[in-house]
Design a binder for this molecule. Structure first.
Ligand code: D41
Length: 678
């Protein structure tokens, strides 16, 4: 390749990198993106293509943040300057003692210039930049030796891979900061882990530490980590005279720094510390104190350090968000969608000024994993506004009288049986009229694709159930004008309309009705399949799992859920009283003879690409001949009908080995049809 051409490509890559890094900075540090995500992705792909085509990646390319192969272990890194720890103060008087000590050492009476910053509750790391390029990142470890987590730290989008090139970078700088996770991101992470039955993180700090110590950096990349830079280690070629100047330099080089305040004299320090503590609960991340530092670096050097801590800094620690108490009882609580969760009833304990008397135990696996028992002494933690949770059992304190708590066999709210799905940690109540779930269920029951009762939206369902007017499904059909009169949202006309809509909904199809029941995994397609195979509602009462699994396309989980639902006698009673309210269920979908079912019966189609007819017409044709039209390609797809420019769905079909046919072939398939029930 000619030099000119190489230069042109390098320039283009450099240009893209510059743009991408600028957008990264705006998005992840300034929180003010300038372009949509799609545009960012487009630029990123373009850069990646150039890099792949030319086998060259520049040092600050954002493509370096992801995609490294997993490590076997972390290498050790010796910090060029030890990462000291912090002396602690637990009262304002201890802060005053700190000030007195400093003045004595300096043999001075004049007020000291301090800085005060929040102390992030995370994990300390050091990042080294050589001539402006990120060369190494390491954990603090024991202060002298840490672990090489360069690949992981590079996945944190707010960490610059290189310093801006419009300034002269220092020859070397070790920058230190605290890695942390936002409370909301931590909760979301745990929510997902709970769903997958994975062990939960006790708090955002553990989640950050667990995320940065991953041998596979793609896992780190999937966690939302942040960093707050608070200081420097070994530095060559950066003349700064004060801590504030260092922080200013960090900010101007695009590092995220804590909100730092200057304070003259210890009394002003104490005021700032007080205001940080006031803000604590409203911050989106956890802090466990405030760090007070002597601002002037020359004075820092005079004061020097003890064995492990500098004499020029101190951490004022806030009251712990933890407390020790006893579990008086464990109860099972039922959520809006029937999930049964264990809850610990605690001997009330004050944590960070709030009395805590309950704690979620998340799920039954967690209960087993931590071996939590009634009567146990436990450490409870409360972070921000988060529901408090048990982080540790003090097993040494056991007396032998502690009792294990088992998953209840019946729903503690309605008494219906409780089921656990294969491969899931959650247990669910199957009760149709379970009071814990009935609002959510009635809302779904009334929705357009279900019973289609206009006027029974979320707000009205809430109102009606608050007023005790609907406690069960059949209550809907008892509503009359008198009951609605005087309710705030029901002026004369809207009351009439609702009653009309309810009346109208009484004529329905089995498919709609089954969908309306909100049985787990039974969506619109599943209910259609059921209606196709069962003549009437009663045929499903106490149905075994076998006839259900033999229905092609009805998944095993769905079959189990359907059979579980109809095995509950409370549900049968609820259905009988619904029918007794005058609901008329017809079943136009039923086919007792598969031959009559249309040639496409049991087959799922995905239509993609441009077609000679509008897509919805083609989908209707498929449905009319007994097939099912879906919008996404999956293992359940039988045929992909592809036209011009089919895009990713065709690729997916090829990957999964699914038959791909043309529009004409589809038409041939249905032309062979001897007529259908439609
Ligand atoms: O936010 C923090 N966690 C934080 C930690 C901070 N704002 N400043 C710190 N300053 C220091 C010195 C004074 C020793 C440079 C620190 C830490 N150290 C620290 N973090 C973990 C161990 C020590």
């Amino acid at each position: 390749m000619g030099n000119k051409k190489t230069k042109k490509i390098t320039d283009e890559m450099g240009n893209l990198i510059k743009q991408l890094n600028e957008h990264n900075y705006r998005y992840h540090v300034l929180d003010s993106p300038a372009i949509p995500d799609e545009e960012y992705d487009r630029l990123f792909r373009k850069l990646k293509e150039l890099e792949e085509a030319h086998g060259h990646v520049m040092t600050d390319s954002p493509t370096l943040r992801v995609g490294a192969p997993p490590l076997d272990k972390f290498d050790k890194v010796i910090h060029r300057k030890p990462m000291l720890s912090l002396d602690n103060a637990f009262s304002y008087d201890e802060l005053r003692d700190f000030d007195i000590r400093i003045k004595r050492l300096l043999k001075s009476d004049s007020e000291i210039m301090y800085t005060v910053e929040p102390k992030y509750d995370g994990l300390a790391v050091e990042i080294s930049y050589e001539n402006g390029v990120l060369v190494r990142a390491s954990t603090r470890g024991d202060g002298n030796t840490g672990e090489d987590v360069t690949l992981n730290v590079k996945t944190i989008m707010s960490v610059p891979l290189a310093l801006p090139d419009d300034k002269r970078p220092p020859r070397w700088i070790d920058i230190r900061g605290e890695i942390f996770m936002l409370i909301a991101d931590f909760e979301e992470l745990n929510r997902r882990r709970n769903e997958l039955g994975e062990a939960l993180f006790a708090n955002p700090r553990n989640a950050s530490a667990g995320s940065i110590r991953q041998l596979d950096s793609s896992i780190t990349a999937s966690r939302k980590l942040n960093i707050s830079f608070y200081g420097a280690g070994h530095v060559e070629g950066l003349p700064v005279g004060t801590h504030l100047e260092l922080m200013e330099w960090l900010r101007s080089n695009r590092f995220t720094t804590p909100d730092i305040k200057a304070a003259k004299g210890i009394e002003e320090v104490i005021r700032v510390v007080g205001s940080i503590e006031k803000e604590r609960e409203s911050l989106p991340f956890e802090i466990d104190g405030a760090v007070v530092k002597v601002n002037d670096i020359a004075i820092q050097n005079i004061l020097g350090e003890k064995t492990r801590e500098p004499r020029w800094a101190i951490a004022y620690k806030f009251a712990a968000h933890q407390g020790i108490t006893r579990i008086n009882d464990i109860i099972a609580s039922v959520g809006r969608i029937g999930t049964i969760t264990p809850i610990a009833i605690l001997e009330p304990v004050k944590i960070g000024g709030v009395t805590v008397s309950r704690s979620t135990l998340h799920n039954w696996d967690e209960l087993d994993r931590k071996d939590i028992r009634i009567g146990d002494k436990v450490v409870v933690e409360r972070a921000g506004d988060v529901i408090p949770h048990v982080i540790e059992v003090l097993t040494d304190e056991r007396t032998g009288k502690e009792r294990k708590f088992k998953v209840p066999k019946a729903c503690p709210v309605c008494g219906s049986h409780v089921e656990q799905e294969e491969g899931e940690v959650a247990f669910r109540c199957v009760g149709l009229n379970c009071p814990a779930q009935v609002r959510e269920k009635i809302r779904h029951f009334s929705s357009r694709a279900a019973m289609d009762i206009e006027g029974m939206g979320e707000k009205n369902v809430e109102l009606l159930s608050e007023r005790g007017l609907i406690r069960s499904f059949s209550d809907i059909y008892i509503l009359d004008k008198e009951a609605l009169s005087g309710l705030p949202r029901f002026a004369d006309r809207s009351a009439d309309n609702l009653i009309k809509a309810i009346e109208k909904s009484k004529r329905t199809t089995l498919a709609r009705f089954l969908f309306a029941l909100g049985i787990r995994h039974v969506g619109e397609f599943g209910s259609k399949l059921l209606a196709r195979n069962f003549r009437e509602l009663k045929d499903l009462y106490n149905v075994d799992i076998e006839p259900l699994v033999s229905i092609k396309q009805l998944g095993e989980k769905t079959a189990a859920a359907v059979s579980g639902f109809f095995a509950e006698k409370r549900n049968i009673e609820a259905l009988n009283s619904l029918v007794a309210m005058g609901i008329k269920i017809s079943n136009p979908d039923f086919r007792d003879n598969e031959d009559e079912a249309g040639t496409l019966s049991g087959l799922t189609f995905v239509v993609t690409g441009s077609m000679p007819e509008p897509r919805n017409r083609i989908e209707k044709l498929i449905e009319e001949h007994g097939g099912h039209a879906s919008s996404s390609v999956s293992g359940r797809t039988d045929y992909v009908v592809a036209g011009e420019n089919p895009g990713s769905k065709l690729n997916k079909a090829r990957e999964l080995g699914i038959a791909v046919i043309s529009y004409d072939e589809l038409v041939k398939m249905v032309e062979e049809d001897q007529g259908t029930l439609f």
